[in-house]
Ligand binder design. Structure first.
Ligand SMILES: [Zn+2]
Length: 409
C-alpha cells in the first residue's frame, strides 16, 4: 500500500519566501524533499489556481476563468470575493452562494474530474480542509440552516460551514489578520491525522495570502510563521516530524505568487464589459482586435491576448508576437488554455509589472501585494515533494502525481 499523501497549499507563497524560510516545519520538510520552482495557471488568481490543483487541468477544462466573470448562460456577473466591497456590489447573498456552492456545483467544468472524485471512485478516501475547489461524491449538510447541501470529499471541513465530523474546532472566521482560518485548519488537521483516516488530505492555508496582500510580497514573516505552526500541528499529531514522514508522502506548494502594487487603474474600453480584479482583466466583446488595439495606449495593460480566425494573438504596445510570451513561465500554454475557456472574455489582459486593476467596488492593494498576471512574479510557485516522484513543473500536474503514487492514472 502506498503511503497516504498530505498536500499542503500555502496561498500566495512565493518561491523566494519559501526558499528563505527559517521556520521549523517548512525547513524540516525542505531538507527531506526534492524541490523546484513550478508554474501556476492564468489568470494566476486563487479560484482559478485551486481549481487547477484539484482537477489537474488548466481553465480550458475546469472552466473557472477569473475572480470575477460574466456568466453568459445567466447573463450576470459572478464575483468570488475580490474584496468585501466587490462582493457587496455584486450582491452579497449571490456572491456567497457562487463562491461557496456554485463554483463546485455549477461552474466547475462537467468534463473536469477532481482528485477527490478520481481517488474515491477507486475506493480510496479523501479529505479536504477549506480548499474552495472541493467537488466530490459525498453529500454534506451545512452546520447552519438555509445553506444548500454540497458534494465533497468523504472527509470535508469548510470554514466551519460544512463539517463531516464533529471535531470541536473553533470557528474559522473569527479574526483573519491573526490567522484564525489557518488555526481552524490546524485543529481539524490534527483531528484527521490522529485518526489517520485518509489516503489524501488537502490542507489549504489561505491566511498567508491575506497578509501578503496587505504588506506586500515577501514581507509577511509573521503570517508564514503561523502557517508553519499549522503544519507543525500535523507533525505533532503523527508523533513528530520523522514519524510524520514515515507515515505520509507530502507535497508543499502554493497556488500563485505575488508582486508589489505601485500603480492602480480602472480598465475602461468604452461600451464593452470589463471584468477586472487584481492583476488580470477580461473584456467581453464582439470586436476583440479593436479592444486590443485600444489597449496599446493603456499603461496598466501588459500582454493582451485574443483569438483571430482561431489563432492566438499576443499583443503589447502595438507589437504582435507570440514571442512576447516566451518570458513568462509556461506563457504560451497558459495563454492558450485561458482563452479556450468557454467562460472567459474574448480579450484577456495580463497587467503590466507594478500595476493592479481596481475591482467592481474600486478596491485595490496599492503599496501591498497582488497577483493574476502572466509575469513570473505572479506565476511561479514553490513545489516540494517528499516520498513521491520528482516535483512537477506545473500546479496542473499535482493531481496526476498523487494518482500515480496511488497506482492510478
Ligand atoms: Zn490573493
Amino acid at each position: 500500500m502506498a503511503k497516504p499523501v498530505v498536500l499542503i497549499v500555502i496561498d500566495g507563497l512565493t518561491p523566494s519566501m519559501f526558499e528563505a524560510a527559517e521556520t521549523p516545519a517548512l525547513k524540516f520538510l525542505a531538507e527531506h524533499g526534492e524541490y523546484r520552482r513550478a508554474a501556476s495557471t492564468f489568470p494566476s488568481l486563487t479560484p482559478v489556481c485551486l481549481s487547477s490543483i484539484a482537477t489537474g487541468a488548466h481553465p480550458d477544462v475546469h472552466e473557472i476563468p477569473h475572480l470575477v466573470w460574466w456568466y453568459r448562460m445567466e447573463q450576470r456577473i459572478v464575483e468570488y470575493g475580490s474584496s468585501f466591497g466587490a462582493v457587496r456590489a455584486a450582491g452579497l447573498a449571490r456572491s456567497l452562494r457562487d463562491t461557496i456552492v456554485d463554483l463546485n456545483a455549477r461552474h466547475l467544468g462537467k468534463n473536469a474530474q477532481t482528485v477527490y472524485e478520481q481517488l474515491e471512485d477507486a475506493g480510496l478516501t479523501t479529505a479536504a480542509i477549506n480548499i474552495t475547489c472541493y467537488r466530490g461524491r459525498n453529500r454534506h449538510l451545512p452546520t447552519i440552516p438555509g445553506v444548500p447541501a454540497v458534494y465533497g470529499p468523504r472527509q470535508f471541513f469548510f470554514y466551519s460551514l460544512y463539517e463531516s465530523d464533529r471535531t470541536g474546532a473553533p470557528l474559522a472566521i473569527r479574526n483573519r489578520s491573526v490567522g484564525s482560518i489557518d488555526a481552524y485548519a490546524a485543529y481539524v488537521g490534527r483531528w484527521l491525522v490522529t485518526r489517520d483516516a485518509f489516503d489524501l488530505l488537502v490542507f489549504y492555508l489561505p491566511d498567508y495570502d491575506y497578509a501578503s496582500h496587505a504588506a506586500g510580497p515577501d514581507m509577511s514573516h509573521e503570517a508564514l510563521a503561523r502557517s508553519d505552526a499549522a503544519i507543525a500541528t500535523l507533525m505533532d499529531a503523527a508523533g513528530g516530524p520523522d514519524e510524520f514522514l514515515e507515515r505520509y508522502a507530502v507535497v508543499v506548494c502554493s497556488d500563485h505568487g505575488q508582486s508589489l502594487v505601485e500603480h492602480t487603474a480602472r480598465l475602461d474600453v468604452g461600451g464593452d464589459l470589463v471584468t477586472a480584479s487584481n492583476r488580470a482583466a477580461m473584456v467581453y466583446t464582439a470586436n476583440a482586435r479593436a479592444v486590443a488595439e485600444q489597449l496599446d495606449r493603456e499603461p496598466s495593460a501588459g500582454v493582451v491576448l485574443f483569438r483571430e480566425e482561431g489563432a492566438l494573438i499576443a499583443r503589447r504596445d502595438g507589437d504582435e508576437d507570440l514571442a512576447l510570451l516566451d518570458a513568462m513561465p509556461d506563457g504560451l500554454g497558459r495563454a492558450e488554455a485561458a482563452l479556450r475557456n468557454p467562460n472567459a472574455g474574448e480579450v484577456l489582459v495580463s497587467a503590466a509589472p507594478g500595476w493592479e486593476f481596481v475591482d467592481l467596488a474600486g478596491r485595490h492593494h496599492l503599496g501591498g501585494g497582488s497577483h493574476g498576471s502572466l509575469e513570473a512574479a505572479d506565476s511561479e510557485v514553490p513545489m516540494l515533494t517528499i516520498g513521491l516522484d520528482q516535483p512537477p513543473t506545473s500546479i496542473t500536474q499535482i493531481k496526476q502525481l498523487i494518482a500515480r503514487h496511488h497506482g492510478l492514472d
